[in-house]
Design a protein around this ligand. Structure first.
Ligand code: COA
Length: 415
């Protein structure tokens, strides 16, 4: 069976995390992704956070599956010629260099268009046009500038970044969608276009509900589902909401049996209104059903933290999986706090290919996250990441270079 993006060729000029996330997704969807790297060092992440000396790091291997690697010195005149041949050969160029770096290599939009008017040029940058457009940006800068950090954490603590890489991987995801849309539009226009995903914009898109809350706060001065209500006054900006649910259904993280020694013995508990009766029954507080202070969702809002405290007295008597079983039987929405160790060992995630074991020639077996997007007619197989320059000869042959020409390029240090 073919893949959704069969026949699409990607000139992958990405590095670190955001761009590679995007091109890895496109590769899983079937695109031929040719990753261009500098000879000798390659993507800086090959050598970062190494757990085995001299071997490509997990950082690199887990972000570069299903790609081919070719080494080209983009600043060498003959390397530039190889790049130009790749521009003519490919459908999409994806890059996440610092602002201006692609232009400095001579690959301006105008030049690319003159070589291949059908080419789509897709970029991740830290910021869109504006005061910060020239800045270099990493994950946590984007989380801070995109509104995530100011709204994450507890009210009495500092702003917090999250473990989910919403700036890098989140923006890579946005970019991949833009590329697929541009490929679709090219079918009718016959022309490429530029696609930009700025990390600040991507994070803000994922923090959309907090901008919703900013406007609610400005209008009413209060947000009753926030843990600050009713005891702590609100300021003029959305405060950090701890573990409160972002939606209209109040939720909180509660301790479970073993919490004193296990940092992940917790459960997320949602007091969804339709199952309030079940919640009262399961935790042994049937009187709440008729008590006017607890009987309706609106009446409960000023008492939420007290209610969660009472529910916690019950969850502390069960381990998180026992609590899950009991609550799920009554359709009470909840979720165990799973550690990465538990996720790595979870058989159902292995069965769906969401967690996969991959074999690598120098690293051996390692775990990775497979494609989270499952398509019935275009399943993804996870193939190991390429060694540095592993496909240089193969790709150059496809571009029409003879073996002697490749040897000459190598002698010139252009590849
Ligand atoms: N041959 C020759 N030169 C190459 C090359 C190749 N194959 N690949 C990269 N280079 C050069 C670039 O041309 C650039 O040179 P220049 O500064 O002289 O123009 C140089 O390598 C460094 O690139 P740069 O992107 O500036 O890397 P950096 O390590 O200094 O910065 C980031 C890293 C991530 C901060 C920066 O790339 C960035 O802000 N990217 C956009 C936002 C982003 O994606 N951030 C998240 C990353 S996960």
């Amino acid at each position: 069976m073919g893949k959704a993006l069969d026949g699409v060729r990607i000139l992958d000029f990405t590095h670190v995390q955001s761009g590679p996330t995007c091109t890895q997704l496109l590769a899983w969807l079937g695109a031929d992704v040719i990753k261009v790297e500098r000879a000798g060092e390659g993507d800086i992440t090959r050598g970062q956070l190494r757990d085995i000396p001299g071997v490509d790091s997990l950082y690199f291997t887990m972000l570069n599956h299903n790609k081919r690697s070719i080494t080209v010195d983009a600043k060498h005149p003959k390397g530039k010629q190889v790049l130009e041949a790749l521009v003519k050969h490919c459908d999409v160029l994806v890059e996440n260099f610092a602002p201006g770096a692609l232009d400095r290599m001579g690959l301006t939009w105008e030049h690319i268009q003159s070589l291949n008017p059908r080419m789509i040029v897709a970029s991740v940058k830290g910021f869109g046009p504006g005061p910060y457009e020239d800045c270099k940006v990493y994950e946590n800068v984007a989380q801070c500038a995109g509104g995530s950090a100011s709204t994450t954490g507890f009210d009495d603590g500092p702003p917090m970044v999250t473990g989910a890489q919403i700036g890098d991987s989140g923006t890579g995801l946005h970019l991949a969608l833009g590329i697929v849309a541009a490929l679709y539009q090219r079918k009718t226009t016959g022309r490429g276009q530029r696609v930009l995903a700025a990390m600040q914009d991507g994070v803000l898109n994922l923090c959309r509900v907090k901008l919703r809350d900013q406007q609610r706060l400005a209008r009413t001065g209060v947000m009753e589902e926030y843990p600050q209500y009713p005891n702590t006054p609100f300021g003029d900006a959305v405060p950090r909401a701890g573990n409160a649910s972002g939606g209209g259904q109040p939720g909180w993280i509660l301790k479970c049996k073993g919490w004193e020694t296990d940092p992940n013995a917790y459960i997320y508990f949602i007091t969804q209104a339709p199952v309030w009766k079940d919640i009262c029954e399961v935790i042994g507080r049937p009187e709440w059903l008729t008590d006017p202070c607890y009987a309706t969702p609106k009446a409960r809002l000023p008492h939420l933290m007290e209610i969660f405290g009472q529910i916690e007295e019950w969850t502390k008597t069960k381990d998180k999986f026992e609590a899950m079983d009991l609550l799920n039987k009554r359709d009470i929405p909840c979720g165990p706090i799973l550690s990465m160790k538990e996720i790595a060992e979870e058989p159902s995630l292995r069965a769906t290919g969401t967690v996969v074991e991959v074999d690598h020639p120098t690293r051996g077996k390692y775990l990775s996250v497979g494609n989270p997007i499952k398509m019935s007619e275009s399943p993804s197989d996870v193939k190991r990441s390429p060694l540095l320059g592993e496909h240089t000869d193969e790709v150059l042959a496809e571009l029409g270079y003879t073996q002697d020409q490749v040897a000459a390029l190598r002698a010139d240090k252009a590849i």
